[in-house]
Design a protein around this ligand. Structure first.
Ligand code: SR1
Ligand code: MG
Length: 413
């Protein structure tokens, strides 16, 4: 029953769903439809009726950004909707509302966010979002705590572990395009100009760097800590000045919590480093850049604070059981263990941030933070800074114990 939707058939599909028909109102012929997918993988339709709007997302049988030469199973839509269902109750107001999944079409319907725009675009345009770092920190903490062995039972977590382990096609994409390709000879790798040829060769010849990335790639595949979003970059967040929603969890699986944290951290830092490329005669972007970088501690401190608060109030899992720490004297030990646990997540995040940055410079999928800087003479030095900072994240982890260490290094790179 699968067929790829188009502007016409998406109307018929929605018209066949009584709840969606009622939400949109009027006649299907009058609904305005626009296909707006600008990500790497899927179709995304925005549909406006007289009474309301919805968003429809559908898997294609291939990687959209590459075309039919790179086939990809359709089931990522199933895992995306599964994630929304699993995590949605814990992140109310921080993700789009989910309405309907249509299994044979590998398509789902969710809230159309308006007037939201993609965070990455807003930051590139020089806009500021006073709450977004807190909101994403809340999202990352709430979603991972609730699906970890601290916030959920063994039985609950086993269900997610088993189900999302089958998201193999997207776990494989991450293992390849994020971890292994960028430091290998891969036909999928690309960089934006010959100015980066030398750096690419240097990185591929750096055995210590490759060893660090391989270690962390192993941890990515084997650390089943919680149900993670799996692609929590600034392109996966829709924002207004007051509202932030995390979307696109199709890469989700039970993996390391630091991967989500590191993804958002890395993308803030990349945006910071790219800001001079977007400077104009009237705006050198220095204040914007500093503001973006200042969101790193806001994000981390919110994540950490919420995770610890939930641990205090809502622990119902089988790890660190309350029954074991029942004596007053145990409290200090448990508090120290919690601090050490969060320190380890931060350390993991730094490593993942390194990997997630390198892949955006030398791998298949790039960031518009850099790509929209049209002049290679301006762009290449910024990308070089990002790659070199990422290398420090991976090879000098002892220098990155706090978000302030990240700020200091980003400012001098
Ligand atoms: C095949 S391209 C895959 C990338 O696109 C998504 O946005 C993810 O970042 C993924 O790594
Ligand atoms: Mg995406």
């Amino acid at each position: 029953g699968y067929y790829a939707l188009d502007n016409h058939s998406v109307r018929a599909f929605l018209n066949g769903l009584p709840d969606m028909r009622a939400k949109l109102g009027g006649k299907p012929e009058t609904w305005a439809v626009e296909e707006v997918g600008d990500g790497n993988l899927n179709l995304v339709f925005l549909v406006d009726g007289p009474d309301g709007s919805v968003c429809v997302k559908q898997s294609l049988p291939y990687v959209r950004a590459a075309g039919e030469s790179w086939p990809l199973p359709l089931d990522r839509a199933f895992f995306e909707q599964s994630y929304y269902r699993a995590v949605g109750p814990h992140v109310e107001g921080l993700a789009p509302r989910f309405y309907h999944y249509q299994p044979e079409l590998y398509a789902f319907v969710m809230e159309r966010l308006s007037p939201h725009i993609i965070l990455r675009r807003g930051l590139i345009e020089g806009r500021r979002y006073p709450h977004v770092a807190q909101h994403v920190g809340e999202f990352a903490a709430r979603s991972t705590f609730a699906t970890s062995d601290i916030g959920a039972t063994i039985e609950e977590k086993a269900e997610w572990t088993a189900s999302f382990a089958k998201n193999t096609s997207l776990i494989r994409i991450t293992a390849e395009v994020v971890f292994s390709d960028p430091l290998s000879q891969s036909p999928r790798n690309r960089w934006t100009s010959p100015e980066l040829d030398g750096l690419a060769t240097q990185f591929r010849a750096d055995s210590a760097l490759k060893g660090a990335v391989a270690d962390i790639g192993w941890r990515f595949l084997t650390s089943g800590q919680a149900l993670i979003h799996g692609d929590l970059h600034t392109g996966s967040v829709m924002v207004t000045e007051t509202d932030s929603r995390v979307m696109d969890p199709e890469f989700s699986f039970v993996g390391p919590i630091g991967y989500d944290v590191g993804a958002f951290l890395a993308n803030l830092v990349m945006n910071y480093l790219a800001q001079p490329g977007h400077a104009t005669a009237g705006d050198d972007r220095r204040e914007q850049a500093d503001w973006v970088l200042d969101q790193v501690p806001v994000f981390w401190n919110t994540f950490k604070g919420r995770f610890l608060a939930l641990w205090e109030t809502s622990a119902r899992g089988d790890a660190y059981p309350a029954t074991m720490f029942a004596n007053p004297a145990d409290k200090a030990v448990l508090a120290a263990r919690r601090e050490a646990f969060l320190d380890q997540i931060f350390a993991d995040a730094i490593g993942y941030a390194g990997v997630k940055t390198i892949r955006r410079i030398f791998g298949f999928a790039h960031n518009i933070d850099f790509d929209l800087v049209a002049d290679p003479a301006r762009r290449a030095p910024l990308e070089t800074k990002a790659a070199n900072l990422a290398r420090q994240f991976l090879l000098e982890p002892q220098n990155f114990r706090t978000p302030e260490d990240v700020i200091a290094a980003a400012k001098v790179i």
